[in-house]
Each structure stands twice: as structure tokens, then as C-alpha cells.
Design a protein around this ligand. Structure first.
Ligand code: RM4
Ligand code: MN
Ligand code: MN
Length: 399
């Protein structure tokens, strides 16, 4: 790498952090079942410890997203959770309310035709905002399983109205330093009409909610032919891109590890962000988060693999020569323009990562270092014993 490229890649790495999800360390499964791992986290303490371990190895994951229902015991003191996180060397990141698991949500949450259920969902969101305030979390991350399965089942417009109303109420309770992220997903669990099915719906609802509501792009929540980087560019241009849920997919919401199927797509997404930053003279504020299911891979290894992949692709995208690209675009030099992207994508950025890690006193190879520490083996022994002592049968909810 040329010294100027090294500098650019290093600066990009300095500006990049990615949030790990608490549920990425727990046993998760498919709709058809779960396969358990002895080293999987049992409780929030384990999840935070695992996240802290990943951060210590990568230096790039200072916060952990939590799911209120899965991670917080009823009546849990949020300050205790914040202390637990601090002890593990991380902070609590996005707060994810759970609006899909309780029986009352059979017919939806904010889109439910029963006003008492909508009120209950809203009050859970307001509790989540209060938790966020108590632990200094900037983000409330909203995903809704709401939708209908059959034509005629519900009034599409009425449900839209209920969503707009409830989201506005949520927004009213945000602290000035908090942001509300609205996630979209085309289908599942609703298979006819998901209430927030695409980025346009999320954008409109976020706009109606208020200025601190933004759109969250989960990379897995798109159809195969959809151009995700174009959506990202539009959201950036509208100042409406709030954050990402990173994962990869072959079909739909497969939650595979980032870049495992199509690293070039992730590169192209990052390129749009770097290109926006180059035009505006500043990096936009974006919450980069992982939302993955590690059903077959060891969870910590999969998380490290994801983080390193994200760093590599972010650094590569920083190497695109924006001025040359502009010139090529102005002259309609299609081949040259395309090659400028490829020229940044293919070279190995390992030297930049190595020098960044060295400067930050981090292990040269986080995955190898993780294996060397024996952390996962020790966790497996400890957690297997604790499960037995607690009489825990692995299972229960999704994470
Ligand atoms: C959804 C969506 C949400 C995640 C749930 C469990 O598909 O991606 O972000 O919290 O799954
Ligand atoms: Mn998601
Ligand atoms: Mn998903």
C-alpha cells in the first residue's frame, strides 16, 4: 500500500466502530429448532463478558445492543446493567423493545386493532426509552413483527395511522440526545402485508414521528435484486439514515455473517458512505450494528470474523479515488469509473489493519488470539456447569 493509502485506511478505521448484539452470543435457532453450544451465554452477564472479550481483541466494539425482554429481568435496575457492562469493558448500546413475543401481540403491537394492546406496546417502548436514559443509551431500535397474513384481514391505511400515532408518542418521550431507529422488513412473520415493509414506509413513518427518528437498514431485509447501496445513498442524502443491522443473506432474512456471501455489496454500501463524507466534508453519524444468528459457527468466532470483515471492507471503501471517479463520471467513462471501485476493492488492506492494531496495542490477529486465550473452552466448562446447577434446560425464546 502507498503511504497515502495507508493513511486513508487508518483514518477510516479510527472513525469506525460496530456494535455487537447481546443475542449474537446466546443460543439461537431457526424456526425449526435450536442446536445448543456449551459456550453460549446463559445470561446478560455472560453476553456482556463475551462482548467485552470481542472488544478487547478488536478494539472496535465498545457497545452492546440489548433486547429488553431477553436481557432484562422484570424490575431489573438499569444502573446495575450499566455497571455490569462497564465491568466487562463495554457500554450498553441500542435498546431493542420486544413487541412480538407476548401472547397479546398475536394480532400485532402498534398495528393491533385493539387499543389496549397498542397502549401496552407503547408503554413497553416508553419503558425502553426510560431504560435508555438510565444507561445513557443514545438509540432506541424498533422492529415490528406486525402485519397481516391474508388479503382483507386488516385495514392497511388504518394500521398505518396507528403506527404513525404510536411512533409519534415514542418520539415525544426521547431525550434530546436520543435517536429512534425504525427498521423495515419485507416479510416474516407476516406474509401478506408487513406494516413497515420497506425503506419508503420506514422513512415516511420516521418523518411523521419527528426529527430524531431515522431509518435502520438491516442488510438482510431486502429482496435479492434490490440495490441496497442505492437505498443507503438516498437515505444519506435525505439525512434519514440512522443505522445498520449487519448480516448477509442468500435468500432473505438469513442472518448469515457479514460479507460471507457478497462482500462486494458491503463494500459498495461503505463506498456510498465514504463518497457522501467526501462531498460533505464530514462522516455522517451512523449506528453500525450487527444483527446475526450464529447457529453453526462458534458465536464469538463468528462475531470476531464479522467485525474484522466490516473493518476490512470499510477500509477498502475509503481507498476509492473520489476525484478520479468524479472525472470519469463527468466524461461518461463507464469502464474507468467501474474500475476505480474494483481497484479499491481487490487489494489487501491487511497492512493498514496491522498498523492500526499495533498503534492501538491490539493483537495482530484477533481470531488467532481469541483461540490462543482459551476463552471459549473455559466458558464452555463454566457455562455447562452453571446450567446444570441452575437446572436450566437450554431452550425457551429465540435468544
Ligand atoms: C428481525 C429484525 C430485528 C431483530 C429480530 C429478532 O428480523 O432483524 O432487528 O431484532 O429479527
Ligand atoms: Mn435487524
Ligand atoms: Mn432480521
Amino acid at each position: 500500500m502507498k503511504p497515502s493509502q495507508l493513511r486513508r485506511a487508518r483514518a477510516a478505521l479510527d472513525s469506525f466502530a460496530v456494535e455487537t448484539p447481546s443475542w449474537g452470543f446466546a443460543d439461537t435457532g431457526t424456526r425449526f429448532g435450536k442446536f445448543f453450544q456449551d459456550a453460549a451465554a446463559i445470561d446478560l452477564g455472560d453476553k456482556l463478558a463475551d462482548a467485552g472479550h470481542v472488544h478487547a481483541l478488536t478494539g472496535c466494539c465498545p457497545t452492546v445492543a440489548v433486547h429488553v425482554l431477553w436481557d432484562f429481568q422484570p424490575g431489573e435496575d438499569p444502573k446495575r446493567v450499566a455497571r455490569l457492562a462497564r465491568k466487562a469493558g463495554v457500554k450498553i448500546g441500542a435498546i431493542n423493545p420486544n413487541l412480538f413475543q407476548d401472547q397479546c401481540y398475536k394480532w400485532g403491537s402498534f398495528g393491533n386493532n385493539d387499543a389496549t394492546v397498542r397502549a401496552r406496546a407503547l408503554s413497553h417502548c416508553l419503558d425502553s426509552i426510560a431504560i435508555g436514559k438510565a444507561v445513557n443509551s443514545e438509540y432506541l431500535s424498533l422492529w415490528f413483527a406486525d402485519g397481516t397474513n391474508y388479503p382483507g384481514q386488516g385495514s392497511i391505511r388504518e394500521r398505518k395511522g396507528w403506527f404513525a400515532e404510536c411512533l409519534r408518542e415514542c418520539h415525544r418521550k426521547l431525550a434530546p440526545w436520543q435517536t429512534m431507529l425504525v427498521e423495515y422488513k419485507p416479510f416474516e412473520p407476516a406474509f401478506y402485508a408487513t406494516d413497515i415493509a420497506d425503506w419508503g414506509m420506514a422513512l415516511l413513518l420516521a418523518r411523521k414521528a419527528g426529527p430524531r427518528a431515522k431509518v435502520l437498514v438491516d442488510t438482510g431485509h431486502h429482496y435479492n435484486a434490490q440495490n441496497i447501496e442505492q437505498i443507503v445513498a438516498w437515505l444519506l442524502d435525505e439525512d434519514m439514515l440512522g443505522g445498520f443491522h449487519f448480516n448477509d443473506r442468500r435468500y432473505a432474512d438469513d442472518d448469515l455473517t457479514l460479507g460471507s456471501i457478497d462482500p462486494y455489496q458491503v463494500f459498495r454500501i461503505f463506498h456510498e458512505i465514504h463518497s457522501f463524507a467526501a462531498d460533505r466534508g464530514r462522516m455522517p453519524k451512523i449506528a453500525y450494528m450487527i444483527d446475526q444468528c450464529h447457529n453453526e459457527k462458534p458465536k464469538i468466532e463468528a462475531t470476531i470474523q464479522t467485525v474484522v470483515m466490516a473493518q476490512e471492507l470499510f477500509a477498502k471503501a475509503a481507498l476509492v479515488d473520489h476525484e478520479a471517479l468524479r472525472r470519469a463520471q463527468a466524461r461518461n467513462h463507464v469502464v474507468d469509473a467501474e474500475l476505480l471501485l474494483k481497484k479499491a476493492f481487490f487489494p489487501d488492506v491487511a497492512p493498514a489493519l496491522a498498523s492500526w492494531r499495533k498503534a492501538n496495542k491490539l493483537p495482530a490477529d484477533p481470531l488467532a488470539e481469541h483461540r490462543r486465550t482459551g476463552y471459549a473452552k473455559a466458558a464452555a466448562v463454566d457455562r455447562k456447569r452453571r446450567r446444570k446447577e441452575l437446572g436450566l434446560v437450554q431452550g425457551g425464546s429465540f435468544a
